[in-house]
Design a protein around this ligand. Sequence first.
Ligand code: ATR
Length: 274
Amino acid sequence: MTDHYAVIGNPISHSKSPFIHSEFAKQTGQNLDYIARKIPIDELAVGLRQLQTEGFKGINITVPFKEEAWQQVSDKSAHAERAGAINTIIFNDDGSLTGDNTDGIGLCRDLTNNHQIELKGKRLLLLGAGGAARGVIEPLLKYQPSSLFIANRTASKALDLSTLFAKFGSIKGGGYDELSGSFDVIINATAASLNGEVPPLPADILASDGVCYDMMYSDNDTAFISWAKRHNVAKAIDGLGMLVEQAAEAFRLWRGVQPDTQQVIAQIRQFKKA
Ligand code: ATR
């Protein structure tokens, strides 16, 4: 019997998740299909019930539902509970739902395994304090950076997050006007790229061998990746690896097998060139 999975979001038509998961299924011999489904902005609860009624085994959640989904699912992994946002749900056979967040694992595996970026002892800057940012803070702090600054347009949200995660490491939060000094790794978790915008960053914010990472993935350079290249970044990394790595972790949670991410990342890069 074929098991059914989906990614839900709004918009969702350009999602690469159906391709990624069908490749994982082929690789590992798992009998499943995976679709993208657009859910009306104010109908998440109805959408979740509908998917459950249709017999789906699990879903991924993307913009803009990660925080609202967290509110609707009571049983969560400890890390997802603290994150305040989920990107993965397991529909259990007994009718209950389990929520998790694989974004942080995805980001950290891409940075450290795929791109060999050292995080320990480094000065990290996270841009944004929404659902995307919340999921990656605790996993980033596990790598023991010397400091993590969360900068956000609405400074109070960054400050709140820094208080929430203070026990996991050296963390501060504030507005863009509070940024000072230079950073070794700057990670963009804002939605600014969706509008072709870049948060207001001082020109000298990047350390000389600094790295920029955009959690947003697009076939073309995002505004943040273009900004990084204009500011002589040592390495600008798009979010493709994170997208595939977070998917692999969700796949492992659902199916109990670990797919090979390198092959799928290479395939998507190849389409981009074609
Ligand atoms: P997500 O769940 O994808 O993180 P979100 O909760 O709407 O989405 O958060 C979007 C983030 O991008 C927020 O940090 C937002 O800043 P505010 O909290 O001040 O709204 C940030 N953001 C969106 N557009 C931006 C822009 N043009 N410049 C800077 N930050 C922006």
